[in-house]
Design a protein around this ligand. Structure first.
Ligand code: SAM
Length: 250
């Protein structure tokens, strides 16, 4: 998978060299390229922003550097790129709220390009233009406002890259966690490790009983209960066809 990230703060993206994402690069599973938007300016001050038409507070990112920077990235496709090109991911508080489902979809792509906004965001014509050439996804981390898209890119890439085959050693762990489609999108059950008793709190006896069927049932029940109390919206979307009679009793 290739990831191209365009930003005016490339240093913010240094964590992409660490941990599992860094290791995936040394293993050849991932190729991450960070590009400086200011390389595509042509004035002495390397200006990327200007005042908004219509007035108002703050500055907006100008479209010309973005057009040049993204065209330069698109002119250098990786081997195996799709005919329709990469998905252009534009972090934005006005985008679709990022989810595990979106992470699964993006992890199936061979090439993702990220455009990190700053200031009051990017001139709207940039997204409008690239929508005519590419698949564009404006993606929000949630209903709050960050200073820039870099933190969103770190979160999105971490969620996506761990789903790329080979990145996580034990692939089964990906299907047994919160929000996983294989787990019906439920929140994960409570989990425990040794010791069996800590500060007067015991691990539920069923988990140490050796009855795998009973353990599976307990985990499913706890996942359903947790989801019902913390995320009733998720539970409401549960497909009844995926439930058995004992699920419905919880
Ligand atoms: N004026 C914009 C608005 O009100 O929607 C906010 C711009 S924000 C200060 C600057 C940049 O931070 C955005 O262009 C985007 O790249 C990033 N950003 C801010 N909040 C975000 C969020 N919730 N999710 C993803 N990216 C975000």
């Amino acid at each position: 998978m290739r990831l191209d990230v365009v930003s005016i703060f490339g240093e913010y993206l240094a964590p992409l060299q660490l941990s599992l994402i860094g290791k995936a690069q040394t293993q050849g599973l991932l190729d991450v390229r960070v590009h400086d938007l200011r390389e595509h300016t042509h004035d002495r001050h390397r200006t990327v922003d200007d005042t908004p038409y219509g007035g108002g507070a703050g500055l907006l990112m100008k479209p010309e550097p973005w057009g040049e920077a993204l065209d330069a990235v698109l002119a250098d496709p990786p081997a195996g790129a799709r005919d329709e090109g990469p998905v252009l991911v534009v972090p934005s508080p006005v985008g679709e709220v990022f989810s595990q489902r979106a992470a699964v979809e993006l992890a199936a792509e061979p090439w993702l390009v990220f455009a990190c906004g700053r200031y009051e965001g990017i001139d709207a014509r940039v997204v409008e233009h690239y929508r005519t050439r590419l698949r564009v996804r404006e993606v929000s981390l949630g209903d709050y406002v960050l200073n820039g898209g870099e933190v969103a890119v770190l979160a999105i890439t971490e969620a996506v890259v761990r789903l790329v085959p080979g990145v996580i050693g034990n692939a089964a762990s990906l299907t047994q966690e919160s929000h996983a489609p294989e787990h019906d999108g439920l929140l994960e059950h409570p989990a425990y490790t040794k010791p069996a008793t800590w500060r007067g709190l015991d691990v539920p006896a069923v988990l140490a009983g050796g009855d795998h069927g009973a353990v599976d049932r307990w985990r499913r029940d706890e996942a359903l209960r947790r989801t019902a109390s913390r995320r009733p919206d998720v539970l409401a979307g549960l497909d009844p066809a995926r439930c058995d009679a004992r699920d419905l009793a919880v």
